[in-house]
Design a protein around this ligand. Structure first.
Ligand code: BG6
Length: 305
């Protein structure tokens, strides 16, 4: 069965061996196993902490949590009652449909509309759809944000939001480099003062590493990144997500996260395409789509090679 639904999870299986698992809780992709062109054996490509809660009690520490409608602490007045990274990652989504099921890809659609819990904190009408597509060496995740407001006013009753896919790529953090961010403007959230955090820096490194605590928000970037390490490489391609966050807490901040496994920060890098500097705007009746495509580019060598 290419698409199975069990216990609040959706499992996708591609005829060539790849698989993906999505929790309805947060529409969180918690596993993506894929081979490469050189080696067809499927390997887990995402990191999920062994201490992550997968029972819907808190957002998942790993996989691909969906951040909406605010990134970080809320800064928009309409988001004032929301917690860090918004409600999408901690709401239970609906399984809507199987979109595609053939050799090209296996694809499902999950949806989220305002629930009573959400409406206590957030008054805007919206419809979210999340389409997850598994191909032989690729995982695509598309977030569709529709403004369902019926209000006809001038200026239009725009929905203003931030959105981001918080992708935890399984990789040896000490050996990872991310290209091409050189010359790009970024905001360094590890700076101790607000003034310093709001002061843009310019990336000078040809390849960005995450050997030290890293929490950098790159603004207006190219939308195509390569995450490489000796023997492995994953491409992250983004559409309409104009920014990208690179995050690794290292031992400094990682050891303070209750749901982070010991040394977990050595086993991933978060490369997070998003619209997080400023707000995306979508008018009533219209839909904004943000897309991420992850592709396995090169094979990891077998252990010891
Ligand atoms: C990143 C933010 O996207 O997510 C960091 O830039 C934050 O500042 C990190 O610490 C993890 O957030 P959370 O809420 O999942 O612990």
């Amino acid at each position: 069965m290419p698409v199975q639904q069990t216990n609040g999870r959706v499992i996708l299986t591609h005829p060539k061996g790849a698989s993906a698992e999505i929790l309805l809780y947060g529409a969180t992709v918690i596993s993506w196993k894929s081979g490469s062109k050189a080696n067809s054996t499927p390997v887990e490509r995402l990191f999920v902490s062994s201490k992550a809660a997968l029972d819907g009690s808190k957002p998942v520490r790993g996989g691909i949590p969906v951040v909406f409608p605010n990134f970080g602490a809320p800064t928009h007045p309409e988001h004032a009652k929301l917690s860090q990274h918004g409600f999408a990652r901690s709401a239970v989504w609906n399984f809507d449909s199987v979109v595609m099921d053939n050799e090209a890809g296996v694809s499902v659609r999950l949806t989220l509309t305002p629930t009573p819990d959400i409406m206590v904190k957030y008054l805007r009408p919206f419809h979210l759809a999340y389409v997850v597509t598994l191909a032989e060496h690729q995982l695509s995740t598309d977030l569709h944000v529709k403004n369902t407001s019926q209000t006809t006013s001038t200026p239009p009753d725009a929905l203003e939001f931030q959105a981001l896919l918080h992708t935890y790529i399984r990789a040896p953090a000490n050996d990872v480099l991310i290209f091409p961010l050189q010359g790009k403007k970024y905001y360094d959230k590890t700076e101790p003062t607000e003034q310093a955090r709001n002061q843009p820096k310019e990336e000078t490194r040809a390849g960005v590493d995450v050997k030290a605590f890293t929490d950098s928000v790159y603004e207006d970037v190219a939308g195509k990144y390569e995450v490489t390490w000796p023997g492995g490489s994953i491409e992250v391609k983004a559409k309409n997500f104009k920014d990208v966050v690179v995050w690794n807490p290292s031992a400094e901040a990682g050891s303070k996260l209750a749901d982070m496994e010991d040394g977990g920060w050595e086993r991933f890098v978060c490369v997070e395409p998003g619209y997080v500097r400023g707000f995306a705007r979508v008018n009533p009746g219209e839909t904004w789509v943000g897309q991420q495509v992850l592709t396995v580019l090169h094979e990891e060598r077998a252990q010891g090679q």
